[in-house]
Design a protein around this ligand. Structure first.
Ligand code: SF4
Ligand code: SF4
Length: 353
């Protein structure tokens, strides 16, 4: 299945000048399959024409598996990784680890991962912050370009205004369409590359045709669905081969799914914060899908365990609900997710719905 190299399928990622296919490869889910499956999936994607792969220090085995896969092909692939370390020295060490894992002398794009609020941003951009470490690494040729990823569109807007980063990575899907107006045009106007993550709304949606066509119908975006199998990749790639224009019946289908999820889906905007019990609300509301994507390993993370313990202390004060623009019944959703974890998932390992 070779890529048709027609122009609307290729793009230049903003001021990085990197030219890639608009459908890239998200490296989260390959953590949860066997190493052989992961490597085969990466190699298959690359052989079909994928030439942009995104991974992260936080994705356990993902970098190493991608590195091992790319040793087995001569195809040229643009590589992106990222780290949540906020200091210059710390991120330097992270880059060195990524280089080793990916078996490269240089990584094309290195991103500050999950910059969620002003405090994070101030830390990252301070004189001893991660951005300085990235700039130095770029001067030394260890990385090519510098990006940022965030779930907060307010944060992304701030990043675009300041113009310190070459790319931004945003959540974008038909259940989370706000970036289309709020940040994408602004970024593209400033020639900042835009990478769209979670086109399937973080695993909530499954229909490749609708999800990918919706995102790809917005020009200028690099879309990076995560896949862990050749079959899933092929389904996405097939959509990418066709027209990305949504027809009337597809638009209606999207509207119907939107209505179905309207009061059930957390858009990760964080407007509900702060919570008096320090509950990471979006993390808890998205917990089932996170387990689906990352596997059991995510439940071993300190921050996940702490988040779950805080969630058990929800006082049902309702303050978060007053701030949620989507009027989600947050305390009920928290309670149900904790119940699901304790009773359904932990006892019977029931598959995630
Ligand atoms: S209802 Fe629960 S989650 Fe919402 S603010 Fe109160 S304690 Fe926090
Ligand atoms: S619960 Fe509501 S306000 Fe909080 S992150 Fe989700 S969508 Fe945003």
């Amino acid at each position: 299945m070779q890529a048709k190299q027609n122009s609307h399928k290729r793009m230049v990622l903003g001021r990085t000048g990197l030219e890639v296919n608009r459908l890239g490869f998200g490296g989260i889910p390959i953590q949860r399959v066997s190493e052989d499956e992961a490597i085969m999936t990466v190699l298959h994607a690359v052989s079909c024409g994928v030439d942009f792969i995104d991974t992260a220090r936080a994705y356990t085995t993902s970098e190493q598996r991608i590195g091992r896969a790319l040793q087995q092909t001569d195809k040229k692939v643009v590589l992106a990784s990222k780290s949540q370390i906020r200091t210059a020295d710390g991120i330097r060490r992270e880059i060195e680890t990524s280089l080793k894992n990916l078996q490269r002398d240089s990584i094309d794009l290195y991103q500050c991962h999950y910059v969620k609020n002003e405090e994070d941003y101030v830390q990252v951009t301070s004189s001893s912050g991660a951005l300085q470490g990235l700039v130095r690494a770029r001067e030394e040729g260890l990385i090519g370009h510098i990006g940022v990823t965030s779930h907060s569109l307010d944060m992304i807007e701030r990043v675009i205004d300041d113009g310190l980063f070459d790319t931004v990575m945003v959540c974008f899907s038909f259940l989370e369409p706000a970036a289309a107006e709020k940040v994408i045009p602004k970024a593209l106007k400033k020639n900042i590359g835009v990478i769209a993550m979670k086109p399937f709304s973080g695993g909530v949606l499954a229909k490749a045709r609708l999800c990918l066509k919706y995102v790809l119908s917005h020009p200028g975006l690099l879309v990076i669905p995560g896949v862990e199998s050749i079959a899933l990749f092929d389904a996405n790639w097939q959509v990418f081969q066709g027209s990305c224009r949504l027809d009337e019946s597809e638009r209606e289908e999207i509207e119907s799914i939107r209505r179905q999820y309207d009061k059930k889906f957390c858009r990760r905007c964080d407007y509900c914060q702060p919570c008096s019990e320090e509950i990471p609300i979006q993390l808890i509301l998205g917990m089932r899908y996170a387990i689906q994507r990352f596997g059991d390993a995510i439940l071993q993370k300190d921050w996940m365990q702490a988040g779950i313990e805080h969630a058990r202390r929800c006082s049902e004060c309702g303050e978060c609900m007053e701030r949620c623009p989507y009027e989600l019944p947050i305390p009920d959703m928290i309670r149900e997710n904790i119940r699901w974890l304790d009773e359904d998932y932990r006892s019977g390992q029931r598959p995630v719905e």
